[in-house]
Design a protein around this ligand. Structure first.
Ligand code: NAD
Length: 288
């Protein structure tokens, strides 16, 4: 079997097209949605991510504002800025780029953002709503992008065995919760760093979501024949003297899977599209 590719770039572009028309309607009747991105320090990867988000805003017509705080700013500076943005009626979405320098309490900062402006979907109220079966709010971007990719295949997930490798607050755990929602109805196993016999768990799974951050840790022959594979990992490696981005799933898994996401060009672009979706949603609920 040679897997079909779930093309995150193409799917993301389709979502952007739909958003463009909502944004232009909003801009003509009241104002364009407004996303504020706050970045602290000089982490190069974070600056690349923020630039990509700004570019997506520009493509769609979303207004974006960026606050750059120096590496040595203190917690109080960031808290005052978030309070100001929470109260600003012209701001629809607030995103504080992760990771923050080590002197910041990142979870505490997430909890400071008004839940209806939390376009990352990481506030405990937004994560908690998923547990109650509500998926109409601010969903965390990478997990909701994963769901859109699975749905785009047209395959039913009902009763299928899904394995989520990784239990992080931003990817693995919410992805597992979304997969178990009524109407999606997958049967979910969560594996993590203490799990035993990952190989058997993988071999038994119809849907495999890898969100670990270890290049090629899921061996290609572990993938069940006909499985759907979503590779969330983004790992920079040197191959023959060249720097490349690779996923958590070993290259060649497409010989076994029925559907697979590429790295790059898979989950990454979808994460940005879902951030744009949340921003438009936040603006719609504020302006209506
Ligand atoms: P994290 O470090 O917070 O979590 C990693 C998880 O992997 C942990 O829950 C840990 O228990 C698990 N783990 C570690 N070793 C394991 C092992 N040997 N077996 C099974 N599980 C193991 O990372 P994260 O923020 O969830 O990100 C995971 C990966 O996804 C990273 O490569 C990150 O760059 C990538 N990522 C991509 C996007 C995107 O848009 N494509 C978004 C977020 C994260």
């Amino acid at each position: 079997m040679v897997a079909s590719i779930i093309d995150g770039k193409r799917l993301g572009a389709e979502i952007e097209e739909e958003l463009k028309s909502s944004v232009s309607l909003m801009a003509s009747s009241s104002r364009a949605p407004h996303l504020v991105v706050v970045i602290v320090g000089e982490d190069p990867a974070s600056h690349v991510y923020v630039r990509n988000k700004e570019r997506a805003c520009k493509r769609i017509g979303i207004r974006s504002t960026r606050y750059d705080l120096p590496e040595d700013s203190d917690h109080g500076d960031l808290i005052s800025l978030i309070r100001k943005l929470n109260d600003d009626r012209e701001v629809d979405g607030i995103l504080v780029q992760s990771p923050l320098p080590s002197n910041f309490d990142e979870i505490g900062i997430t909890e400071m953002i008004r839940p209806d402006k939390d376009v990352d979907g990481f506030h405990p109220i937004n994560l908690g709503r998923i547990v109650t079966g509500r998926t109409d709010g601010m969903l965390p971007c990478t997990p909701s992008g994963i769901m859109r990719m699975l749905e785009s295949t047209g395959e039913s997930l009902r009763g299928k065995k899904a394995l989520v490798i990784g239990r992080s607050r931003i990817v693995g755990m919410p992805a597992a919760l979304l997969l178990t929602q009524r109407g999606i109805d997958a049967t979910v196993t969560i594996a993590h760093s203490r799990s035993e016999d990952l190989e058997s768990l993988c071999r038994d799974s119809d849907i495999l979501i890898a969100a670990v951050g270890k290049p090629g840790m899921v061996r290609k022959e572990w993938v069940k024949e006909g499985a759907m594979v979503i590779d969330v990992g983004i790992n920079r490696v040197e191959i023959e003297g060249r720097s490349r981005l690779v996923g958590d799933v070993e290259e060649g898994a497409s010989e076994y899977a029925k559907w697979i996401t590429p790295v790059p060009g898979g989950v990454g672009p979808m994460t940005i599209s879902m951030l744009m979706t949340n921003t438009v949603r936040a603006a719609e609920s504020r302006l209506h």
